[in-house]
Ligand binder design. Structure first.
Ligand code: BGC
Length: 415
C-alpha cells in the first residue's frame, strides 16, 4: 500500500516541471556483509541504488551468519525505529511478518513479474499469506568443501568423496603438520559443518526428517549418533586457535596453505575471488560427501516505515535486487548463483556451474533441502536449540549418545 502510493508520488514528481524539491528514494539498509568478498558484493547494490537516484545509509553489523545483525534488528524494531530494508531470510521473514512490521512489496513484485522468473521453491520463502514480503538476492549452497590445490597436490591427496576419504586425507595432513580443517569456533560455523556432515550421514530424507520435520526418531537415530561421531573427528582436525575465529579468516588459512580444507557455504568463494584466486587452479571446490544440496537464499525484507522517500527507496531497492543485471554482477562477486532462472551463467566459474547443475538435479530428485544452519529450514527457537547442542558437543568431550539425547530434549523444549 505504502509502496503503491510511493510509486504514484515518484511518478508524479517526474511529471513536475517546476523546481519543487522532491525527496528522492532513501534507504537505511541493515546487513551483515562486512568481509572482503561481501563488501565488494554489497557495493554493487549501493552503486545501482545511487545510479538510480537513491540515497543509501549503510548499517552493517559485523558477524558471520547474521546473529549479531538479528540482535541489532530486534533492538531497532523494539525502539520503534526499524531500518528501511533488512537482510532477512527463511522463516524469520514470516516471523517478522506475523509481528506486523513488514511492508507489502507485492506491487513491485507484480510489476516486475517475479513469479515468472523465480523458482517456486524460492518464491515460497518470499511470500507472507499470499503477499510478497521479501526480495531474493541469490542462492548460496552450504554443503561445500573448499581446498588449497597446492597443499592437496603436494601431499598426494584427492578431493574426498566420502567421509572416510575425508578422514584419511585429514589424518595424512595431520601427520605432515598441516591443519586439515580451517574452522572458526562460532556457533553458526559449528552448525554449518554439522549440517553438511548430517546430510552425508543421514541422507537427504533423513536430513529432511531431522531438520525440517523435527522427527524424534530421526533425531535420536543411530545415524544421528554417527553424525556426532564424525563431528568429534572434525574437532580433532581443527587447529588450537579456532575459538572465536571469523569464517573469512578460516578461508584465509586455506588460501595461504596453512590449512587444507574449509567446510563453508560459497560466500567463501567470494573471499577467494576477492583475493584474486582462481578456482580450479589455486583453490578447488567439491560438494561435501553425500547426496543433496543445502540451499541458503539471501533476501531483503522491507520494514513498515513512514515517509514517501523511504517507501520509494524500498520500491527501488526491491526492483533492483531482483533485476537481471544486479543478479548477475552481485553473484559473480558473492560466490552464489542468481535466484532468477533467466540469468545466463557464461561469466560464472566452474563452482557456480556445479552449484547450478546440482541444484537442478537435487530439485528433480527430491534432495534440494533448506539449510537449517543458515535459517532456511526452521524458526529461530528450533534452529537455536539444535545449534546449542551442536556447539556444546563440539566444545566438550560429550559422547555422541549424550548429544543425541540432549538434542531430542532441546528440540522438544523449543516447541
Ligand atoms: C549469509 C551469507 C553470508 C554468510 C557469512 C550467510 O548466512 O547467507 O550471505 O555471506 O552468512 O556471513
Amino acid at each position: 500500500m505504502q509502496i503503491r502510493s510511493a510509486f504514484a508520488a515518484v511518478s508524479a514528481a517526474c511529471l513536475m516541471t517546476t523546481s519543487a524539491a522532491v525527496a528522492g528514494p532513501e534507504a537505511e539498509v541493515l546487513h551483515w556483509w562486512t568481509s572482503g568478498g561481501e563488501a565488494k558484493s554489497v557495493a554493487v547494490l549501493q552503486k545501482e541504488f545511487a545510479d538510480n537516484g537513491g540515497t543509501w545509509t549503510d548499517m552493517p553489523v559485523a558477524g558471520g551468519g547474521g546473529d549479531a545483525a538479528m540482535t541489532a534488528l530486534r533492538a531497532r524494531v523494539l525502539s520503534g525505529n526499524a531500518p528501511t530494508a533488512v537482510q532477512l531470510k527463511g522463516p524469520a521473514i514470516q516471523e517478522w511478518y506475523e509481528e506486523g512490521v513488514l511492508a507489502d512489496i507485492s506491487a513491485v513484485a507484480e510489476a516486475e513479474g517475479w513469479a515468472d522468473v523465480l523458482p517456486a521453491s524460492i518464491a515460497g520463502h518470499m511470500k507472507c499469506e499470499g503477499t510478497w514480503c521479501a526480495a531474493p538476492v541469490n542462492v548460496h549452497r552450504v554443503d561445500w568443501i573448499w581446498a588449497n590445490a597446492d597443499v592437496l597436490a603436494a601431499n598426494g591427496i584427492a578431493l574426498p568423496t566420502t567421509w572416510d576419504e575425508f578422514n584419511a586425507a585429514a589424518d595424512k595432513l595431520m601427520a605432515a603438520g598441516i591443519t586439515p580443517l580451517a574452522h572458526g569456533g562460532q556457533a553458526w560455523q559449528d552448525a554449518t559443518v554439522f549440517e553438511a556432515v548430517a546430510l552425508g550421514v543421514l541422507g537427504a530424507d533423513g536430513f529432511h526428517k531431522a531438520f525440517v520435520e523435527l522427527d524424534k526418531d530421526t533425531l535420536t537415530s543411530d545415524a544421528m549418533i554417527a553424525t556426532f561421531d564424525q563431528m568429534r573427528k572434525m574437532r580433532g582436525y581443527v587447529d588450537a586457535n579456532f575459538p572465536g575465529r571469523d569464517w573469512n579468516l578460516a578461508t584465509a588459512m586455506v588460501m595461504n596453505g596453512e590449512a587444507a580444507f574449509q567446510i563453508m557455504g560459497d560466500w567463501a568463494k567470494g573471499e577467494f575471488m576477492a583475493a584474486g584466486k582462481v578456482p580450479g587452479k589455486d583453490f578447488l571446490c567439491i560438494s561435501t560427501p553425500g547426496e543433496g544440496y543445502l540451499y541458503n537464499v539471501d533476501s531483503f525484507a522491507m520494514f513498515d516505515v513512514k515517509g514517501d522517500d523511504k517507501a520509494a527507496g524500498q520500491a527501488l531497492l526491491a526492483k533492483l535486487i531482483v533485476g537481471k543485471n544486479f543478479q548477475k554482477v552481485f553473484n559473480l562477486n558473492k560466490g552464489s548463483i542468481p535466484a532468477r532462472t533467466d540469468v545466463a551463467l557464461d561469466e560464472f566459474d566452474s563452482c557456480a556451474h556445479l552449484s547450478s547443475e546440482d541444484m537442478a538435479a537435487s530439485n528433480a530428485g527430491g534432495s534440494l533441502l533448506p539449510s537449517y544452519a543458515h535459517g532456511m529450514a526452521l524458526r529461530g527457537a528450533q534452529s537455536g536449540a539444535i545449534t546449542d547442542v551442536v556447539t556444546a558437543h563440539f566444545n566438550s568431550d560429550m559422547s555422541s549418545a549424550d548429544a543425541v539425547k540432549m538434542l531430542a530434549e532441546a528440540v522438544a523444549n523449543s516447541m
